[in-house]
Write a protein that binds this ligand. Structure first.
Ligand SMILES: Cc1cc2nc3c(=O)[nH]c(=O)nc-3n(C[C@H](O)[C@H](O)[C@H](O)COP(=O)(O)O)c2cc1C
Length: 170
């Protein structure tokens, strides 16, 4: 396994963080990995936020319905897209994953937290004073991992095929 695939395969969502500081250049680097993700027609219809203020982190955590751990993150990235662009969701999902992998590569844990389709998306956008033409697609709380879960994954044979799909009997 090479270093790239090892980084990707070893990633798991982290929801407990140590109170370790993260250098500003690391935060910039992760934002930059989002910026450089692919987008349909290269439109780049997005905006990336990095929240480090503890009071804002707490308010974001309280607004979400299943991510109280954001309050204890060292930083929470927020990915916003322009819904008037057809592929904004795919674009922002690609950026989210690039940022999560960048964090993993830096030894930092993170967790994709839903933004799109969530009732709190507008409130978080307003809290961060993001213009209304953008909509929240994802939140990425991150920090030094204090605990890493290992949820079960389907086997490769169950979820993949080569050339043409054939029904499995057992
Ligand atoms: C679109 C999306 C939304 C998610 N939203 C949440 C969330 O709101 N809260 C949370 O704790 N985890 C969330 N997750 C993380 C998943 O629960 C996690 O990826 C899944 O359980 C598999 O675990 P793993 O990431 O460790 O492989 C989300 C993941 C994705 C891809």
């Amino acid at each position: 396994m090479n270093v790239g695939t090892m980084t990707i395969k070893s990633r798991r969502s982290v929801r407990k963080y140590k109170p370790t500081k993260i250098a500003p250049y690391v935060i910039q680097d992760v934002l930059d990995c989002g910026r450089l993700a692919p987008t349909a027609k290269n439109l780049q219809p997005w905006l990336f936020g990095a929240v480090t203020d503890q009071d804002l982190l707490r308010q974001i955590a309280e607004l979400t319905d299943n991510a109280p751990f954001i309050a204890d993150a060292t930083v929470c990235f927020a990915v916003f897209g322009r819904p008037d662009e057809t592929y904004y969701l795919e674009d922002c999902a690609a950026a989210t994953m690039s940022m999560i992998i960048a964090l993993q590569n830096l030894g930092l844990g993170s967790c994709w937290v839903a933004g799109d389709k969530k009732p709190y998306a507008g409130a978080i956008r307003d809290l961060l004073r993001v213009p209304s033409e953008y909509s929240l697609v994802s939140l990425i709380p991150a920090g030094a991992p204090a605990e890493i879960a290992n949820p079960p994954k389907k086997r490769l044979e169950e979820v993949s095929f080569l050339d043409r799909y054939t029904e499995k009997t057992s």
